[in-house]
Design a protein around this ligand. Structure first.
Ligand SMILES: Cc1cc2nc3c(=O)[nH]c(=O)nc-3n(C[C@H](O)[C@H](O)[C@H](O)COP(=O)(O)OP(=O)(O)OC[C@H]3O[C@@H](n4cnc5c(N)ncnc54)[C@H](O)[C@@H]3O)c2cc1C
Length: 376
């Protein structure tokens, strides 16, 4: 299948139908970079409208720490200039969307499955059900409609439905909860805490940890607790007021340096809580022509140092690059992307070890990694 530029250029055949499932950071970054390079793609997103995206409990509360070799590279490819005071995930999504033609994101449209058409009858593309290359793919939408596609990109997050077409891997709870909070304008509002944090501070044991680091004029505070599955002390966090959650979190550090608790209690954004999930299989999947994965759908990002955002954006940049480098061959582009992606996952130079741990690990070991990244 040949790629046809959106805007002018050589007409090399019918345009490929590139469909991206999920309009999170990964999916929107891919759609935007492709658009900037003249390749059209359609995003199907289950959220009802742009304003609904992302829900508060999915928004990292601080300016993202985008790394030169990952998030910043993707931003350049998307032709977005990083504001001097940084950018948080919600604003980044807005800017990615702003540059897309209207109609490029189809809202309120959950994708239920991807399948391959055989003589007009669809077969669910589950492992072992006899997928054959060269047959037309189609997405099954909620409500029964279907959409044909030449390349389906699963960008539908940790609980990806598209991944089910590739393997049986299901995310597992790692045993850790992470809480992200943020103190803004810290030098003026909390000079004592500002001096305490300096370039960064951390306190870690096997079952709990706190890492605080400078981000712009503020401090990002990340608390990690090792908690049993089904733990409910703070859940559902969304039903408690933020100050109650902060207080309960701070109590986990009673008897430690009082300033650690103060960092939590004085935060003015968050805490945003998330249980940390990982795939047992590591960040690879079986190659199936026409279906690939990016972002958390490929492998949930580690919850430290904005690894999830960086990984999602780097995946998008790599896939867009592969599609641009192989303008006449979708299959070659997919192979190229997956080879790059798998090699990156196994490389010691992998940016900030973006993949989440595949097995339970301690707060200390995970957070120590985050400290090293930031020299804290
Ligand atoms: C509470 C919380 C806090 C986080 N904080 C940080 C942080 O501070 N820094 C950081 O780097 N990362 C953070 N992350 C992780 C980060 O959000 C992800 O790693 C990163 O955004 C990956 O983006 P993604 O696009 O791959 O997935 P997502 O952001 O999960 O986006 C997936 C999209 O797909 C859509 N979707 C899902 N299923 C379907 C379907 N069947 N059909 C259509 N659409 C579908 C969803 O609505 C969503 O919009 C946090 C995650 C959570 C849950």
């Amino acid at each position: 299948m040949a790629l046809t530029p959106e805007r002018g250029g050589e007409q090399a055949g019918p345009p490929p139908r590139i469909v991206i499932v999920g309009g999170g950071l990964a999916g929107l970054t891919l759609a935007r970079i492709l658009h900037e390079t003249g390749i059209a793609a359609t995003v199907y997103e289950l959220d009802a409208r742009p304003g609904a995206l992302p829900p508060p409990d999915r928004v990292p509360v601080h300016p993202l720490d985008l790394r030169p070799d990952a998030g910043l590279r993707a931003l350049r490819a998307a032709r977005i200039t990083l504001p001097a005071d940084g950018i948080d995930a919600a604003e980044l999504r807005r800017r990615l969307l702003d540059g897309l033609p209207s109609g490029r994101v189809v809202w309120d449209t959950p994708v239920m499955a991807v399948r391959r058409r055989e003589g007009g009858r669809g077969h669910h593309a589950e492992p072992g059900l006899g997928l054959r290359p060269g047959r037309e793919l189609e997405l099954e939408l909620d409500g029964g409609a279907s959409v044909p596609a030449d390349l389906v990109v699963g960008a539908d997050g940790t609980w990806s439905r598209i991944r089910r077409a590739l393997d049986d891997a299901r995310p597992r709870y790692t045993g850790m909860f992470v809480f992200d909070a943020h103190l803004s304008d810290v030098e003026r509002r909390h000079p004592a805490l500002d001096a305490f944090v300096g370039g960064g501070v951390s306190a870690l044991t096997e079952d709990r940890g706190l890492v605080a680091r400078r981000v712009g004029d503020g401090v990002a505070v990340q608390v990690t607790l090792r908690l049993p599955a089904g733990w409910t002390e703070l859940a559902p966090v969304s039903r408690l007021t933020a100050s109650v959650v902060r207080d309960r979190l701070a109590r986990h550090f009673t008897g430690w340096d009082d300033r650690l608790g103060a960092l939590i209690r004085h935060s003015d954004a968050g805490p945003v809580a998330r249980a940390v999930y990982a795939l047992p299989r590591g960040p690879r999947w079986p190659h199936r022509p026409g279906i690939t994965l990016i972002g958390d759908a490929a492998h949930p990002g580690a919850p430290f140092a904005d690894a999830g955002a960086n990984q999602a954006m780097l995946d998008a940049a790599d896939l867009a690059q592969a599609l641009t480098d192989h303008p006449r061959d979708l299959a070659a582009a997919q192979r190229h992307y997956e080879t790059t992606r798998f090699a990156r996952a196994g490389s010691p130079q992998a940016p900030a070890r973006p993949e989440a741990a595949s097995s339970p690990s301690s707060c200390a070991s995970e957070a120590t990694h985050a400290r090293h990244l930031h020299g804290v």
